[in-house]
Design a protein around this ligand. Structure first.
Ligand SMILES: Cc1ncc(C[n+]2csc(CCOP(=O)(O)OP(=O)(O)O)c2C)c(N)n1
Length: 634
């Protein structure tokens, strides 16, 4: 199998364009067309390596925006003094564009692209400044780039700054703020928005009636130029017009998602990484036989590690959340459900377990679009009255966006159940911007404030028990789950520890294993890893106890008294070492006069890409935990 990049990127034509000349010569047009085809083929190929290795990725978005990127590249080269030559992109998942352009600019070897999203290859799922040679900015949270680019433009007077956008990112409230700032201050920012009517969970035209990118931006006072993104001459003319129009301009490109790729064109599947078979079909039709052979030869790697104390069987806690809510809702009449529950999704229903609720109980479900702050508030507002509650879910990374809304929900005595999935770092090829590590921020009230509880169940059995136990509690309840599946925690007899007639008691920590040498305190997906460490230490004759702290923010006095008297306490978690459970557990011990040896492990470095590799990278895998225990024991 080839080890060199199987598509000849040397064929890329480094043409120049002048924005003062808004028409293309035949030569320029054919060079652009050839570049577009070359780069689209390359993107299909190397993003499909992510599919083949099981590390995921995105194909349609970067594939679609190739024409505008090719034109911008030629303009940046032709008139460098008129531009900030960066392909800023609000939709960070379109990172393949950045990697490809870094390669074409000579910063990144082409062969590196064949390791897209693999661990330790410096090609994670979103662009990270300082990590990948040739990548010039960080992005990945929608709606966070245009506001930033406004500032870049203000810092570069006399130059135009381009920002690629999307109909998805335009749904974020940040972009409305950015539009107002840009218009009021005549900021020379030029947006090129791919308006393909596809996001993750569906088509905005279906789930957000009334939403129009064009009318929204016109309403803010921007000059808006609309066209067909696949009409090269029209697209070029619009970009030149944007350059000759002072101040903020938006070019809206209508085109089908993954245009021209059989099987995924126009569909939400086009948003994700292209399936290997679809990529092979596409590349075969282009005669890219070496690329096809390479894809066929990729084997999906597996984590060979066997965890002791946990089942072979794994469960998806994020989906179990949805199933458990459906179980509770099924005990109510339809009228009761409609009166008492509102579920608001933010385009991630398939990832956060909300799709299960929509399918079972569409009458309580709202597809809220990509606007987490507003959606959380809507759910909280629904839950303002006693007997009613809102349910909200998104990725834990975006909890950071919603802190202020959470405060206002609390001050309004809301009954709100939030599910933040993708907590921690496991299976996070999306990497650092998608780490869900600052979840303790959700508990930002005061001691006498309306109740706020944070729960992180360890397996699917416990998730079911938690949802059942706390569903009807008043106040703010946050439940966390991981992107990765987790095994069932087993007792010393090998039975499901949270199975059978187990019931969950909020605020009570649980002994998973007894031990005399000291205690490990942990929760969520760190529990089975710590359990493995405990079992292996036991084989070495070291008896360490293990505590599951599934209620993260409530001190269990009985358990404090127990672990406080032990020789050591080690907290291990995937949350941020600076803000996680470990950063406060030591104070809780000291306040009570307990002084065991104390240490805490947590996420403390930027990510390494890949899937399970993130845990050892942070030193919070069983090996890291065992080493820390031994260090504590001196
Ligand atoms: C703040 C934020 N919310 C949610 C997401 C998760 N997310 C990633 S891409 C996406 C949909 C994007 O749609 P669009 O930007 O139009 O991209 P396309 O589907 O055209 O590739 C969502 C919801 C995110 N990255 N950032």
């Amino acid at each position: 199998m080839t080890t060199s990049f199987p598509i000849d990127l040397g064929a890329y034509q480094r043409i120049t364009l002048d924005p003062a000349v808004p028409t293309l010569t035949d030569e320029q047009r054919s060079a652009l067309k050839a570049n577009i085809e070359l780069c689209r083929d390359a993107i299909v190929f190397f993003t499909a390596t992510g599919a083949a290795r099981g590390v995921g990725g995105h194909t349609g978005g970067p594939y679609d925006t190739v024409p505008e990127v090719m034109i911008l590249d030629a303009l940046f080269r032709g008139s460098p003094d008129q531009f900030v030559p960066t392909f800023f992109d609000e939709a960070g998942h379109r990172v393949a564009t950045q990697y490809l352009m870094a390669t074409l600019n000579g910063d990144l070897p082409a062969e590196q692209l064949m390791r897209y999203r693999e661990a330790h290859q410096k090609l994670p799922g979103h662009p990270e400044l300082g990590l990948t040679p040739g990548v010039k900015f960080s992005s990945g949270r929608l709606g966070h780039m245009w506001p930033y680019v406004n500032g870049v433009a203000l810092a570069n007077p006399g130059k135009a700054v381009f920002c690629l956008g999307s109909d998805g990112s335009q749904q974020e409230g940040n972009d409305a703020e950015a539009a107002r700032l840009a218009v009021a201050n005549h900021i020379n920012v030029k947006l090129i928005i791919d308006d393909n009517d596809v996001t993750i969970a569906g088509h905005p035209s279906t789930y957000m009636g009334g939403y129009s990118v064009k009318k929204t931006l016109e309403g803010h006072g921007l000059t808006v130029l609309e066209g067909d993104g696949e009409d090269l001459d029209g697209l070029y003319a619009n970009i030149c017009k944007a350059m000759s129009t002072p101040g903020p301009v938006a070019i809206i490109n209508k085109r089908a998602m993954a245009v021209g790729i059989e099987g995924i064109e126009g569909s939400t599947h086009g948003h994700d990484v292209i399936p290997v078979d679809a990529a092979i079909k596409y590349l075969e039709a282009k005669g890219r036989t070496e690329a096809v052979a390479f894809l066929k030869g990729i084997e999906k790697p597996k984590n060979p590690y066997k965890f002791l104390g946990a089942s072979e069987k794994v469960g998806s806690n994020r989906n179990t959340f949805g199933e458990a809510v459906v179980d509770v809702l099924s005990t109510m009449s339809e009228t009761e459900r409609k009166n008492s529950v509102l579920v608001v999704d933010s385009d991630l229903e398939g990832s956060c377990g909300l799709a299960q609720i929509r399918k079972a109980n569409p009458e309580v479900f709202v597809s809220g679009g990509i606007q987490e702050r507003g959606n959380l508030s809507a759910a909280a507002g629904f839950g303002m009255e006693k007997g009613k509650q809102g349910i909200f879910a998104t990725f834990s990374a975006f909890l950071e966006m919603c802190i202020s809304e959470i405060t206002m929900a609390r001050l309004n005595y809301s009954n709100l159940l939030c599910h933040f999935s993708h907590a921690g770092i496991d299976d996070m090829a999306d990497n650092t911007c998608h780490f869900g590590i600052n979840n303790m921020f959700a508990d930002n009230g005061l001691d006498d404030g309306y109740e706020t509880r944070l729960y992180f169940p360890a397996d699917a059995n416990q998730m079911r028990a938690v949802v059942k136990a706390i569903f009807n509690d008043p106040g703010l309840r946050f439940i966390f789950s991981t992107r990765s599946k987790v095994p069932m925690i087993l007792d010393t007899q090998g039975n499901d520890l949270f199975g059978g007639d187990y019931t969950f008691t909020p605020g009570k920590d649980e002994v998973i294993r007894e031990g005399s040498a000291g205690y490990i305190v942990t929760f969520g997906d760190s529990l089975y890893r710590a359990l493995d460490a405990v079992e292996r230490l036991k084989q070495e004759g070291i008896e360490v106890g293990l505590i599951n702290k599934a209620t993260l923010n409530v001190v269990d006095e009985d358990m404090m008294a127990k672990v406080g008297k032990a020789p050591f306490v080690l907290v291990t978690e995937a949350f941020n070492r600076r803000t996680g459970l470990g950063s406060r557990f030591g104070s809780w011990l000291l306040e009570r006069g307990y002084t065991p040896k104390f240490a805490y492990l947590g996420t403390h470095e930027e990510g390494c890409g890949g899937l399970w590799e993130q845990f050892p990278h942070q030193g919070i895998d069983p090996t890291g935990i065992m080493a820390k225990v031994k260090a504590l024991m001196g």
